[in-house]
Design a binder for this molecule. Structure first.
Ligand SMILES: Cc1cc2nc3c(=O)[nH]c(=O)nc-3n(C[C@H](O)[C@H](O)[C@H](O)COP(=O)(O)O)c2cc1C
Length: 225
């Protein structure tokens, strides 16, 4: 008899700060809510500040484009981390990514992780001129922090974090993406705390409702189009 695989939350933290991080605080609340909803679940934690993911290099890229039958031991070694990171997310029930905005984009530590998991034939396919995502099943939660205020308004065009991460997840097949965000973290502490409290309260409700099905998501997208 084979043991049943536990359901998994894969948590990726990208803030360079371990203490006093707004995005990590939001991720803590999200993780706690997930564990309450899934007491038998297992959390896999990747702290990109404590254990940075290496950048891909020329052999990694060569391995990405080499058919399985032609892989050499050297290419297998160069793509081994990518293999395991991809297996981690493909087997996940939920993927939680916490990240600050740095210079209007994502931290390079998170981009290094992305370059390891976005891989042809593994997380996306390209056939007859069309891309399709191969990570079907997991849902995702983004826990984001912004030092400034106004990303829902005048600064929207400068936000290359949330739209990028949402588009990227959708590209690999993850369409059920919920976003928690806290803005004005570098402003006065009362305003920042109020924003954090509101987002934390939202995190606590995330896993109460039945997850949105892919069909429902597609219908919503169709209605918006
Ligand atoms: C290197 C760096 C670049 C930053 N760039 C921006 C930025 O472009 N826009 C912004 O709103 N805040 C910016 N901030 C502020 C952070 O987004 C803010 O402090 C956030 O709360 C950090 O996340 P954390 O609290 O999870 O560590 C920057 C902070 C650092 C350290």
């Amino acid at each position: 008899m084979t043991a049943r695989k536990p359901i998994t939350l894969v948590r990726i933290d990208a803030s360079a700060r371990s203490e006093g991080s707004f995005s990590r605080h939001l991720a803590d609340a999200t993780e706690m809510a997930w564990q309450e909803a899934h007491p038998e679940g297992v959390v896999v934690h990747r702290d990109l500040a404590l254990e940075p993911i290496p950048h891909i290099h020329k052999l990694t890229i060569q391995g990405y484009y080499t058919p399985a039958a032609a892989m050499t031991p050297e290419l297998r070694a160069a793509t081994a981390l990518s293999d395991s990171l991809i297996a981690e997310i493909k087997g996940a029930h939920t993927i939680l990514i916490s990240s600050p905005i740095y210079n209007f984009s994502l931290p390079s530590s998170l981009k290094a992780w992305i370059d390891q998991i976005v891989r042809i034939g593994h997380t996306f396919a390209y056939e007859d001129g069309e891309f399709s995502g191969l990570v079907v099943g997991p849902r995702a939660v983004l826990a984001l922090s912004y030092g400034a205020d106004g990303y829902q308004g005048p600064l929207a065009r400068m936000d290359h974090l949330r739209p990028y991460l949402s588009a990227l997840l959708s590209f690999v097949g993850i369409v059920d993406v919920q976003v928690l965000s806290v803005e004005a973290t570098t402003g006065d502490s009362a305003t920042a705390q109020a924003a954090l409290d509101a987002a934390t309260a939202q995190a606590r409700t995330l896993f109460n409702a039945a997850p949105t099905t892919h069909a429902a998501q597609i219908r919503i997208a169709g209605e918006l189009a």
